[in-house]
Ligand binder design. Structure first.
Ligand code: ATP
Length: 371
């Protein structure tokens, strides 16, 4: 097991033509370190450069500039087969004429590993990936989840220094996806292998990863634990990408009323107190964006001092309810466990956990830090 270090890594596709890649770089000055045994998720929207990064680490894509280290070895010029990596990509890439057993054993046979040793390793990994019962089956007979387990077994049987996974669950639907997520977590705990996991699904990244690297337009936005990127997003992009439903982010003008600061919103009576810690950075008339998570909006009870607001949308999702409230031309989402049957048009007293609000710069989208 080895750590991974990416140093000023760039990728420019010569044939990218008029594709809208910022500065023409699919990966733009990426610096990232994964500790030994760490599970790092690369998270971002489609086209942000996740797969390109993974393919450069694997040696399947040329590096335009920069260095990649696996452990202490600079691997830029090493062939993929000499990098000691295991690959599990989204397409299962199994050999249809071979049984599951032979598919799992394939790479070891190619390396001329002893037959008994191959058998020992296949039988060691099969229960771990819960494929013991299908070792004799042909790939065509397998479900998506089974194919995915075989795919991962093939990647880890080589005992890689580094496991690289690219959207391994993307072919699975809701329930199977969730079940497989739990299995991957269990597996990684057992094999304790440094892992880089590409996904565009923030929930997958949040539930699996030790740390998440969030990328947009080839540029790393933030690296942090799930709690760090959720509670302390560095900018509007990260704030809105992490969390479902996303953080409510709205333009605001801050006013000073009797010595206290409040967020105000055009076309709305809503006033939210600005946390004291921002006193040093705001002033009367200060314009920025305010962000607040849907679970930090509350429905006030009897005698609440909250602002009366009309419900615009109501969704009952079983264990939670989502309420939309119009604030100017934005729909502000609130999540509640309150099981009253609200409907559009009902009036509620809206309370906001002011201390949970974030401020973002209007132009750059960067989070404004308290002084
Ligand atoms: P997805 O989740 O959709 O695969 P991604 O974040 O993995 O997205 P990449 O596949 O790494 O993104 O693509 C990054 C950028 O590089 C995109 O703009 C893409 O169009 C471009 N790109 C990827 N492969 C090539 C290629 N072989 N030639 C030219 N441009 C490419």
């Amino acid at each position: 097991m080895a750590g991974l270090k990416l140093v000023h890594l760039y990728k420019r596709y010569e044939n990218s033509g008029k594709k809208k890649i910022q500065n023409n770089y699919a990966v733009n000055d990426l610096n990232l370190e994964c500790a030994q045994g760490e599970f790092m998720a690369l998270l971002g929207p489609s086209g942000c450069g996740k797969t390109t990064t993974l393919r450069m680490i694997a040696g399947l894509e040329d590096i335009t500039q920069g260095d990649i280290y696996i452990g202490d070895t600079r691997v830029n010029d090493l062939e993929p087969k000499d990098r000691h990596i295991g690959l599990a990509f989204e397409d299962y890439a199994m050999y249809p004429p071979l049984t599951v057993y032979d598919n799992i054993a394939f790479n070891l046979r190619a390396k001329k590993v002893d037959r008994k040793e191959i058998d020992r390793r296949v039988r060691e990994i099969a229960p771990l990936m819960q494929v013991e019962d299908i070792l004799d089956a042909m790939p065509v007979k397998l479900s998506g989840g089974q194919k995915q387990r075989v795919n991962i077994a093939r990647a880890i049987i080589r005992r890689p220094e580094l496991l690289l996974m690219d959207e391994p669950l993307s072919h699975l639907d809701g329930k199977a996806r969730q079940a497989m997520r739990v299995e991957i977590k269990r597996l990684i705990n057992e094999i304790k292998c440094t892992t880089v996991y590409v996904t565009h699904d923030q929930l997958e990244a949040m539930s699996l990863a030790d740390r998440i690297a969030i990328i947009n337009f080839g540029v790393l936005q933030q690296v942090g634990t799930p709690a760090e990127v959720y509670d302390n997003p560095v900018n509007e992009f990260v704030a809105s990408f992490i969390g479902e439903p996303p953080m409510n982010i709205m333009e605001t003008t801050i006013i000073n009323r009797d010595g206290s600061f409040f967020f105000t919103f055009e076309g709305s009576d809503l006033n939210i107190q600005v946390p004291e810690r921002y006193r040093g950075v705001v002033a009367d008339g200060f314009k920025c964006k305010m962000g607040v998570r849907p679970m930090d909006l509350l429905i006030g009870g009897e005698g609440s001092m909250g602002t009366p607001e009309r419900i615009a949308t109501f969704e009952n999702l079983g264990d939670e309810r989502r309420i939309g409230i119009r604030v100017g031309d934005t729909l502000m989402m609130l999540i509640t466990e309150d099981d009253r049957r609200y409907k559009s048009g009902d009036i509620i007293k809206l309370e906001v956990r002011g201390e949970k609000t974030h401020l973002f710069d209007l132009q750059t989208g960067d989070r404004i830090r308290e002084k």
